[in-house]
Write a protein that binds this ligand. Structure first.
Ligand code: FEO
Ligand code: CA
Ligand code: CA
Ligand code: CA
Length: 595
């Protein structure tokens, strides 16, 4: 590109062009930087894990000890000694791809083979890996490590908060409603000031089926979340091998069999990465929806908010405000903070103001007459509660990022092809057939994370430049042009600030789609929030999504994830099966990433 770098810009690197080669199978990063594969699906995590078999014949017991599939949200937790050179890298494994098995996912006489289902369950969840700089100053994994750990869809978890032990969480397998097996569809994540990781459960509804249409019609906790009503569950048909995922009510079984099993997903799971024997805890005070992320804003006085998107077309933006305050060093007290507080949902008004509407039983119409018997039901059916209080339906809210100095809050609205059809356009979601998405930002009143009033604006509309032409020389239609000041992209998803206030944007679009032809492959970009300038930092292999982002505390190492690559990445030899991978990015001169 050779563009002049402005000295007053936060963005100090030279941009890379969009990658238009349909066979591109690598990662390209800005000049002066290197990117190397750090941690791929199947890599050993536990000390006794077998080495990954390129023919994918590793069984489910092996997979339980190896890296899961489809790396997504991620966070670096430094050790207090040598924080810039030693830490724990913790990441989600969102879902699984067919190359998990030698011949993809199979059906035998209408059923999924149990060994395949077990391997898929083992490849979900979380990896905790210890990482350290070696004598040459290069980041390496530590093997063996007492911290290395895999959490999967088979790991027992505790439940806390208002729904713990509630009838709505009891099943034939867990009559207590207090022990849940596993976590699934862990997309983005979060972390707390007291050093724990927040695993978020996104599209869990795709793993269940309820074959009773009358039950489904009246069961808000299934219907409002899109649980499948016919045939097999939307993703993998696990219920054909593992009855826990068949949520059809069975009156002959205690608690209706597994009808309540879907109520046990959609929560935030708190995990202490520094205690490898700790039991993950599902925190029900956060409410239940298809949660993309749970992102902290910490006030000077220790008051907090955790922001989340519910990534489905026309769903809402939420925040959870703990009742208590974070007190540095008060470890035992801090660990109780996520069990009580207030869940809010956002309304974005046309005049640029906004309001956080409390999802509290007895307030804002959340009453028994309107179908909410108590607070447990409000939290269980948070989407329906959002409907009741008049929240604004958004264009698929994904990640949230909080500016490290101003506490301004940014959210990616990735896209919504149904905008203008099922939902009218509005100021916050202004384009019909919105294929490219937008980023909003808001300012809480008084920069207070717990405020109930805010002002907001569109930060940028993604898409092509106004006046652009398509491959046939025809003008790009208005709904596909945006307001980007700099390098174009579509479908923002991952979003995070570094310490200097650079806004890093990761994309997730279908790179084979006609409307994406000018965009190239999915990418990582950097924006200066003051000037709104955007520059492309990295492009990924064909078919992948770029997601997950974290840094060492000195911001001289950055890790990102290449999810669902389609060709042969990271081997990039044209024959090895593709593997989701964590990529380590450093600057040749050892400097801060982005400068
Ligand atoms: Fe799993 Fe909303 O991305
Ligand atoms: Ca995402
Ligand atoms: Ca996405
Ligand atoms: Ca994804």
């Amino acid at each position: 590109c050779g563009r002049m770098v402005q000295s007053d810009s936060l963005i100090g690197f030279e941009g890379v062009p969009p990658q238009l080669d349909p066979a591109f199978d690598s990662v390209q990063v800005a000049p002066g930087y290197s990117a190397r594969t750090f941690f791929s699906w199947g890599d050993a995590v536990m000390a006794d894990a077998p080495e990954w078999n390129p023919d994918a014949t590793d069984d489910w017991q092996a997979q339980l000890k190896q890296a899961g599939d489809n790396h997504d949200g991620m966070h670096f937790f430094p050790f207090s000694e040598n924080p810039d050179s030693h830490g724990l890298l913790v990441m989600n494994h969102e879902y699984v791809n067919p190359p998990l098995h030698p011949n993809g996912m199979t059906l035998v006489e209408g059923r999924r083979p149990l060994d395949e289902v077990r391997k898929e369950q083992a490849a979900h969840g979380v990896s905790v890996i210890e990482v350290k700089k070696d004598a040459q100053g290069q980041w390496q994994r530590v093997m063996p490590s007492r911290y290395n750990r895999r959490i999967s869809a088979m790991t027992p978890m505790a439940v806390s908060g208002p729904l713990a032990g509630n009838d709505a969480l009891k099943t034939a397998s867990d009559p207590s409603g207090r022990e849940i097996i596993g976590t699934i569809n862990n997309c983005s994540s979060g972390f707390t000031p007291w050093g724990t990781y927040l695993v978020c459960e996104e599209n869990w509804h795709n793993y269940f089926v309820n074959h009773d249409p009358e039950d489904m019609a009246r069961r808000v906790s299934h219907k409002r979340y899109g649980i499948e009503g016919k045939g097999m569950s939307k993703l993998y048909g696990w219920e054909t091998a593992d009855p826990r995922f068949d949520a059809t009510p069975d009156p002959t079984q205690p608690h209706g069999g597994h009808v309540h099993e879907p109520n046990r997903f959609g929560w935030v799971v708190e995990l202490d990465p520094f205690d490898p024997t700790s039991t993950p805890v599902k925190r029900t005070a956060f409410g239940r929806y298809c949660r993309e992320c749970s992102v902290l804003s910490l006030g000077d006085d220790g008051r907090m908010a955790f922001y989340s998107g519910d990534d489905t077309k026309g769903e809402y933006v939420y925040k959870f405000v703990p009742a208590g305050r974070y007190v540095p060093g008060a470890d035992q007290a801090n660990r109780q903070l996520l069990d009580s507080g207030t869940l809010y949902v956002a309304r974005f008004d046309a005049d640029g103001s906004g309001e956080w509407l409390a999802l509290v039983h007895g307030q804002n119409g959340l009453t028994a007459e309107n179908g909410f018997a108590d607070q447990a039901e409000v939290l269980l059916n948070a989407r329906a509660a959002g409907d009741q209080v008049g929240a604004t339906p958004m264009d698929r809210p994904e990640w949230v990022a909080v500016h490290p100095h101003s506490r301004e809050v940014y959210v990616t609205l990735t896209n919504n092809d149904n905008r203008g059809v099922k939902w009218p356009t509005d100021k916050a979601n202004p384009r019909p057939n919105n294929l490219h998405g937008q980023i909003l930002r808001w300012h809480e009143e008084g920069a207070d994370p717990t405020a109930t009033a805010f002002t907001w604006e569109v930060f940028l509309l993604a898409g092509e430049q106004p006046g652009a032409s398509d491959a046939d020389g025809q003008p790009v239609p208005a709904h596909l042009t945006g307001t980007i000041n700099g390098d174009i992209f579509s479908s923002p998803d991952g979003l995070a600030f570094d310490e200097a206030g650079r806004l890093w944007i990761e994309t997730d679009f279908g790179d084979e789609e006609a409307a994406m032809q000018a965009m190239g492959t999915n990418q990582l970009l950097c924006a200066d929030p003051r000037t709104r300038e955007v520059r492309r930092f990295l492009v990924g292999p064909r078919g992948c999504e770029i997601t997950g982002i974290t840094w060492s505390p000195d911001y001289r190492a950055m890790w990102i994830n290449v999810q669902h690559p389609e060709l042969s990445f990271p081997a990039s030899d044209g024959k090895t099966r593709p593997r989701a991978s964590t990529i380590l990015i450093t600057k040749h001169d050892g400097g801060v990433i982005g400068t």
